[in-house]
Design a protein around this ligand. Structure first.
Ligand SMILES: C[S@@+](CC[C@H](N)C(=O)[O-])C[C@H]1O[C@@H](n2cnc3c(N)ncnc32)[C@H](O)[C@@H]1O
Length: 272
């Protein structure tokens, strides 16, 4: 899948299971103490009173982490294109006057004033965007000069051979049961290395992007643990009941397995 189709599929899958990312990847520990939300927000070095925008906030894992960092006088706005994700975020967030959630597309940050944000966080969102140039322009617009962006993306370029072997078997099931579904982002280098992505950031004025590669570790002792991870992923959502049965069989044949899920943190800032 590519373009609008891939994006619509990702949004539909999120609507079906809006807490999947937080419940599966958000609970994993990683090498060197890495955690999905804490490490992302930590790299932003937020200070009390800052104004944060969490793009594609999903069920609010990074939003709440950022709110803790900016304290009682800071604010965090979590936005997501998916109504169900915003509902889940509101349910999971205890009453906090500093946190607001809105249904909004990252390409059109309507109602967010120019230069009004100190920091943008984006956890596992960039790879789902069709129009990265539009999002990069909007991020630049709403950031104050010197304001920063921290993001995480899945780093499929960096699999260990043993994990690539497992994923190869999983992908074979998808290729058979959902033909054509895997073109698109999977065929591009991890952000920001693909020239199209580099161009999108550069032409928006976000030129120097720092990268930090890390791994989340999923210990899968048995079929149940492997299924709990894969069945809620976008890969799992692509499959019909027969495909899901086959995927379970493939996972059963590969456990026990410790999966190192490569993740890349990106950081940049609006010059000024
Ligand atoms: C993989 S989930 C990550 C959710 C959350 N940031 C986390 O890490 O738990 C990707 C999220 O991006 C949202 N999303 C995708 N495209 C979007 C867009 N164009 N504008 C706003 N949100 C978008 C999806 O609805 C989904 O909630």
């Amino acid at each position: 899948m590519v373009g609008d189709l891939a994006s619509s599929f990702a949004l539909a899958a999120t609507a079906l299971d809006p807490t999947a990312t937080e419940d599966t990847l958000g609970t994993l520990g990683g090498n060197g103490g890495v955690e999905l939300y804490r490490s992302l927000v930590g790299w932003a070095a937020l200070t009390p009173r800052e104004r944060v925008l969490d793009l594609g906030c999903g069920s609010g894992g990074a939003t709440r982490e950022a709110a803790a960092a900016v304290g009682a006088h800071g604010t965090v706005l979590g936005i997501d294109a998916c109504t169900e994700a915003i509902a889940a975020a509101r349910t999971r967030t205890p009453d906090d006057p500093g946190i607001t959630y809105r249904i909004l597309r990252a390409e059109h940050l309507d109602g967010i004033a120019d230069r009004s944000i100190d920091c943008i966080t984006a956890s596992l969102v960039f790879e789902q965007l069709v129009d990265l140039p539009a999002v990069a322009r909007e991020m630049f617009r709403v950031l104050r000069p010197g304001g920063r962006i921290v993001a995480s993306v899945m780093d499929f370029d960096q699999f260990r051979p043993a994990d690539a072997h497992l994923f190869g078997a999983v992908i074979a099931v998808v290729a058979w049961h959902a033909r054509g579904a895997l073109s698109g982002r999977a065929s591009r280098a991890t952000m920001p290395r693909d020239p199209r992505d580099m161009r999108a950031f550069r032409s928006a004025g976000l030129a120097s992007i720092e990268e930090r590669d890390a791994q989340l570790i999923a210990v899968m002792e048995n079929e149940e643990q492997a299924w709990a991870l894969f069945s809620r992923s976008l890969i799992g959502q692509l499959l019909d009941p027969l495909g899901r049965l086959e995927l379970r069989g493939v996972l059963a044949a590969h456990v026990p397995h410790t999966l190192y899920l490569p993740i890349r943190f990106l950081r940049t800032r609006r010059p000024g």
